[in-house]
Structure formats: structure tokens, C-alpha cells
Design a protein around this ligand. Structure first.
Ligand SMILES: [Zn+2]
Ligand SMILES: [Zn+2]
Ligand SMILES: [Zn+2]
Length: 462
């Protein structure tokens, strides 16, 4: 039995599909809750249930704040972030039992014990293997369901048992992948549950995997790096649009649903389940495969941005598309050097064959910027970063967290180059978006404010 993940994309992608960004972590939590009774569940025509506004909302309002029903840190971030609060930390305490789970301090460890207790033995029992993210998450869900007596606060609007599994509509390939994961889970849970399938019919493992497939959220940190996966049943009510009126960002493991447009009373709330940098045909394929529906939003109907996304010579962008897809998860200096060399070569070769707005070229610019930041080549990183800003504003129009975060990164790079007035201007623009997408009390915005102050101080000292 292989421990690899066969169903690759198992999550609603709040992150826009970018990984491995090296940037700056939010600290501390500021909390101000939304007023009750702002939202309600309703039958959304042609889409099952949905969520709609009971009050008018302006852009930048916090509509819902939710703790997860279950979540876990991703395998990729294991050992780099705390398993409880999902914050990055250089020095984490190890669980003395399994020696795998890691925490900021004893407080985080204590808070995590309830969800880690039974899993701890399972993790230890399968060493040196480690379960795929979805298996670890489902393990936590099974233990929670076995021990749960009352509804979890995350189930306020929609419960775990309400969640759609879309089993009848899944492709054979998808079903086969889920069956494989269910077998992996059985091996993983063996020390704690003799036969996970004997839990039937009370707990249907296959069905849980199907539910996780179409309801799981990627938990990203403030800067949109993927750190975990989790279920937030009430938020599964929010339907998809490629041009949504809401966004989801996270503060630690807490999910925040925020409006990015004017929303009228009775209007349906929407988020994007997938990354934006895909032409409409690919978005449709993706949504159909994983979420079993066809999007009929205006962007999909008009295919408005497709021509820009695929501008330039087809052969050239296909080569770049393949190259970007092959960049895994570089960690060492040497690996980053290789990635950068590859990017430089392809960017040079295609300089007059593809505009920066071509989405695959844009992804490559992003990749080159990441590599340079990791290699501490600030000047070159800024060069690539600058080139991304215009295409970002084209594809992430109005308020989008990714655009704000990208501006913050560029502003920070300008600061390292002593370009204080430019840095200040970029950071101000980032702030104007971020106060809507993240909210003024989000820890990332606090970090941005500090950066802005530092920049102003440096300007005065000049
Ligand atoms: Zn912690
Ligand atoms: Zn442990
Ligand atoms: Zn659409």
C-alpha cells in the first residue's frame, strides 16, 4: 500500500493555488465578532442550499467567523507550523508520545490534546510512513464523530451530516481514488479502531471522504500560503462564483467570511472555490471534476478574460505551463537555484513571444520572484515582482487578498532597496485592499502598518 495521495486536489482553494511563498507571517489574534442574524440558509435556485444576506453589506464587512469542525496542518508544513494555531515558529515543542506533532508551547499543546489524543497512537504506529492530508483529516473527523455528543459551533447554519457528498455524480476515477484513501485510512487507524469499516452504517468512511472532497477548505495564513486543511460545515453553504461577492481569509485556524462588494438584502453570498488564473474551460473542468457542477457565472458565460489569459504564442506558453507545473516544493538553496535558472532561461527565451498577462508567464514570474526571495536576491525579486502587478490587477480586479499580499511583498522589496517613497505608495495601495479583504484588525494588516511606519521613519532619516 502506497501512502501517496491519489486524489490530488482535495480542497476548496482559498489560496489561489499559490504555494511555497516565502514571506512574512501574521502574529497575534484580534477579535471582533460580527452581529448575529446577518445571514441565512436558503434554497438557491439550481444549486441546492445557499447562504444569503439578511442585511445590506458594504465591501469589507466581516459576515461570519468560524472555528473548524476539524482541521489539520498539511504534511508539507509539518514541523514548520504549530499544529494547534497553525502559526509559523522556528522552535516548536514536540509531542513526547508520537514525536511528530509540534506546538508553540504547552498551552497550544494542551488545547490540541483532545483532537490529537487518539491520532497520536495512529501516527506513531505507521512510522516511517505518514498519512496523506485527507486521511489524517478524516481520521480526526472519525474520532470526533465517535466522541461527539452535542453539535459543534461550526455546525450552526449547516451540520456535518447535512454536507453534500455528490457520490452519484463522482467519476469512476474519483471514486477509485477515494476507495484507495479509505483503505489507507483503515491501515492508519488500525491501532485505535480494529476495523474502521465495522463502524458502518453509523459512520460511512467512503461517504466521509466524498464529503471532504467537495467541502474541504485550504487553510492559508494571512499571506495566502497553504498551511492546513479543514472542514467548516456552515461555510459549505456558500456557493461558488468565478467573480464572487465575498472572500475567505484565515486568522490562525479561524475562518473569516468577508464581503468585497456591496451586497443587497436577500442577495446570495458567493466565494471562488478555485484559483482565478485559469481560462474558463479549465475552471469548468475543475469544478465539474471535484464539485460536480457547471458554473454559469457571467465570466464563464462571456469567457471574458480568456483571450488575455492565453495571449501570445501557444507553443511558448504550453512549454512554460509544463515547466511551472513541475516545480515541486523546493527547500534547499540548491533546489531554489535550479528553479531560478530554469525560470531565467524560459523568461529570456520567450521575452517577445508572450506578454506578462499570459497566465502561465505570470505564474513563472511569481515563481522566479519566490526563488529570488528565498535566495535573498532582493533586487532581481523586485524586478519580477513589479512585472506581476499589472496582470494581477487585471485578473484580481477590485478587492482580492492575493493582489494585496502581492503588493505587500513588492512594497517590502522596494523597502529593502531603499526606495522609500515607492515602497510607501505600494504599501498604501496594499492597505486599501487589505482593510477590505482582511479587515483592519487582522494580524497581517497590523504587520503592514508596522512596515509602513518603518518606511516613513526611514524616509525622515534620509
Ligand atoms: Zn501554537
Ligand atoms: Zn503525539
Ligand atoms: Zn464561472
Amino acid at each position: 500500500m502506497a501512502w501517496g495521495e491519489r486524489v490530488s486536489a482535495l480542497t476548496k482553494d482559498g489560496s489561489g493555488g499559490y504555494r511555497g511563498r516565502t514571506t512574512w507571517e501574521p502574529k497575534g489574534v484580534a477579535a471582533r465578532d460580527m452581529e448575529p442574524g446577518r445571514l441565512e440558509k436558503f434554497p438557491s435556485p439550481g444549486r441546492g442550499s445557499g447562504l444569503r444576506a439578511l442585511k445590506r453589506a458594504r465591501p469589507g464587512e466581516l459576515l461570519y467567523r468560524a472555528e473548524p469542525f476539524a482541521c489539520t496542518v498539511t504534511k508539507q508544513r509539518l514541523g514548520g507550523v504549530c499544529e494547534r494555531c497553525l502559526r509559523r515558529n522556528e522552535r516548536l515543542l514536540r509531542c513526547s508520545q508520537c514525536k511528530i506533532a509540534r506546538y508553540c508551547d504547552t498551552r497550544c499543546q494542551k488545547e490540541a490534546w483532545q483532537e490529537h489524543k487518539r491520532e497520536c497512537k495512529c501516527l506513531k504506529s505507521i512510522e516511517p510512513n505518514f498519512p496523506p492530508d485527507s486521511v489524517r483529516l478524516v481520521g480526526r473527523i472519525v474520532f470526533k464523530l465517535l466522541g461527539q455528543s452535542a453539535a459543534c459551533p461550526s455546525e450552526k447554519l449547516y451540520s456535518f451530516s447535512d454536507l453534500q457528498s455528490n457520490i452519484e455524480e463522482l467519476s469512476e476515477e474519483m471514486k477509485e481514488g477515494l476507495r484507495h484513501l479509505a483503505q489507507t485510512l483503515q491501515l492508519y487507524l488500525r491501532v485505535e479502531i480494529q476495523d474502521a469499516f465495522q463502524l458502518l452504517p453509523a459512520i460511512d468512511i467512503f461517504q466521509i471522504f466524498a464529503k471532504v472532497t467537495c467541502n474541504c477548505f485550504t487553510i492559508s495564513n494571512g499571506e495566502m500560503q497553504d498551511v492546513g486543511v479543514g472542514l467548516y460545515p456552515s461555510m459549505s453553504l456558500v456557493n461558488h462564483s468565478c467573480d464572487p461577492n465575498c472572500v475567505i481569509v484565515f486568522e490562525g485556524r479561524q475562518l473569516l467570511l468577508r464581503s468585497v462588494r456591496e451586497i443587497q438584502i436577500g442577495e446570495e453570498l458567493t466565494i471562488s472555490y478555485i484559483e482565478s488564473l485559469m481560462p474558463s474551460s479549465e475552471r469548468q473542468k475543475h469544478l465539474k471534476r471535484q464539485y460536480c457542477f457547471e458554473c454559469n457565472c457571467l465570466l464563464c458565460k462571456t469567457q471574458e478574460k480568456d483571450a488575455d489569459m492565453l495571449a501570445g504564442e501557444e507553443q511558448a506558453w504550453k512549454e512554460i505551463k509544463d515547466a511551472v507545473a513541475k516545480v515541486g516544493d523546493p527547500r534547499s538553496q540548491e533546489e531554489w537555484e535550479q528553479v531560478l535558472a530554469m525560470c531565467q532561461a524560459l523568461l529570456n527565451n520567450n521575452a517577445d513571444r508572450l506578454p506578462d498577462t499570459n497566465i502561465y508567464l505570470l505564474k513563472m514570474l511569481d515563481c522566479a520572484m519566490d526563488a529570488c526571495i528565498n535566495l535573498r536576491r532582493w533586487e532581481e525579486a523586485l524586478l519580477y515582482g513589479n512585472r506581476t502587478l499589472k496582470p494581477y490587477s487585471l485578473y484580481y480586479s477590485s478587492f482580492h487578498p492575493l493582489r494585496a499580499v502581492q503588493m505587500m511583498r513588492v512594497g517590502k522589496l522596494q523597502h529593502t532597496q531603499d526606495m522609500f517613497p515607492q515602497a510607501l505608495e505600494t504599501l498604501k495601495q496594499a492597505y486599501n485592499i487589505m482593510k477590505v479583504t482582511h479587515g483592519a484588525d487582522h494580524s497581517l494588516v497590523q504587520d503592514l502598518m508596522k512596515l509602513k511606519e518603518q518606511c516613513e521613519a526611514d524616509m525622515r532619516a534620509q
